[in-house]
Design a protein around this ligand. Structure first.
Ligand SMILES: Cc1cc2nc3c(=O)[nH]c(=O)nc-3n(C[C@H](O)[C@H](O)[C@H](O)COP(=O)(O)O)c2cc1C
Length: 358
């Protein structure tokens, strides 16, 4: 919530803010319609169009959508789009390749009901998803693709059952990747300390803050015009006119406020999953993405939300320390994700399929 002091600094009363808030914001309805249209199960597109749309609904760092797709004979190639790098937070393109892995996994899962059995083969920096004719098969994970989201809000503080955790582990299981689950309080508090330290380092880095700001879409119009980036409402922030939102960002995006937010987020979560590839190369980063995407889809099937808290693996000096804390000193931890239950936030948008096809 906005503090009274912040509202006064912005020259707004709570009532005025409510009047322009999420529920009544004029273009929020069009935004919600566009998000739903992009996720329609029978969009009227060709099978190829549907397949690519489902692939693009994958999780991806800063929602830059750093991918291009090319249909070949019996395969779809997924190519990195290096023009969409985030060079400050992701200087070695680790997140970029994890994101390609997420898209590959969605593509594999979405191919099944369309009558293809799909397998991913990494060729250098490109993924070839090979398509072989097969009996069409429905799956819960496929149904979850349009419903999955990153939910960056406070969760309900309740535990997740052991049987649900077993299903998440099984879904995330992937050759070349270890997935560790932490549900006890002490471990979560240790992870929280790493997140706060990593977040503090990032907030002290003007280049990090500028890059993040470049990808924030403050209003529904900005989000719809770009079809990418981090729309404020998808992070649980109020929807207000652009000029107010930009001033609010300057006033509210402060180290202390953000660290307090992460404390609430992690303490209200049921647990944290950490993904660690066996090796530090694009092939394994892609595998991590595949494992994470299945975890997130299985979570969606179970009504469990998730959100990334990657700060400790994004700040190089903390990454090694975090690996030692995991008792895996010779590895590079790839992703840190909290999970638990909470209401949905607005869904994020994607660019048109035609813009990501070569
Ligand atoms: C490799 C990778 C890194 C990510 N890092 C973060 C992160 O540090 N913080 C965060 O809130 N979300 C993170 N995300 C989630 C993306 O921001 C999110 O997937 C994207 O905005 C699209 O939104 P959606 O997941 O709701 O479809 C990450 C996702 C991926 C695949």
């Amino acid at each position: 919530m906005l503090s009274r002091r912040t509202l006064i600094t912005l020259g707004l009363s709570a009532a005025a803010l409510g009047a322009v808030g999420y529920a009544t914001w004029p273009t929020m309805g069009s935004y919600t319609e566009e998000a739903a249209r992009q996720r329609a199960l029978t969009s009227g597109n060709s099978a190829r169009g549907d397949l690519l749309r489902m692939a693009t609904l994958a999780a991806n760092g800063h929602n830059t959508q750093p991918w291009m797709f090319r249909f070949g004979k019996d395969k779809v190639s997924i190519l990195p789009d290096f023009t969409r790098r985030t060079e400050v937070v992701d200087p070695d393109d680790h997140h970029l390749f994890v994101s390609l892995g997420c898209a590959a996994e969605n593509l594999i899962i979405a191919a099944q009901p369309l009558g293809w059995q799909a397998t991913a083969v990494t060729n250098g920096t490109q993924i070839d998803v090979m398509l072989a004719s097969a009996k069409a098969a429905k799956s819960d994970l496929r149904q979850a693709i349009p419903l999955r989201q990153s939910t960056r809000s406070e969760y309900d503080g309740q535990q997740v059952s052991a049987s649900d955790i077993a299903l998440l582990k099984s879904a995330a299981s992937q050759e070349g990747v270890s997935v560790l689950f932490f549900t006890d309080r002490d471990a979560r508090e240790d992870i929280l300390e790493f997140v706060v330290e990593g977040n503090s380092a990032q907030m002290d880095d003007p280049a990090f803050v500028q890059e993040l700001r470049n990808w924030i879409r403050f209003t529904p119009d900005q989000a719809m015009q770009n079809g990418d980036g981090l729309f404020a409402a998808c992070s649980g922030n109020p929807v207000v006119p652009g000029w107010i939102a930009e001033r609010m960002f300057g006033l509210m995006f402060k180290k202390r406020t953000e660290n307090d937010k992460y404390r609430n987020h992690i303490r209200s979560s049921a647990g944290v999953a950490v993904f660690v590839g066996n090796r530090e190369d694009p092939e394994h980063w892609i595998k991590v993405g595949q494992s994470f995407q299945r975890f997130a889809l299985q979570a969606t099937v179970l009504g469990i939300r998730n959100a990334h808290i990657n700060q400790p693996i994004e700040v190089p000096r903390l990454r090694g320390e975090f690996a030692r804390w995991l008792k895996m000193p010779d590895t590079r931890p790839d992703l840190i994700v909290r999970f638990g239950r909470a209401p949905a936030l607005p869904m994020s948008l994607r660019r048109p399929v035609a813009d990501v096809t070569v």
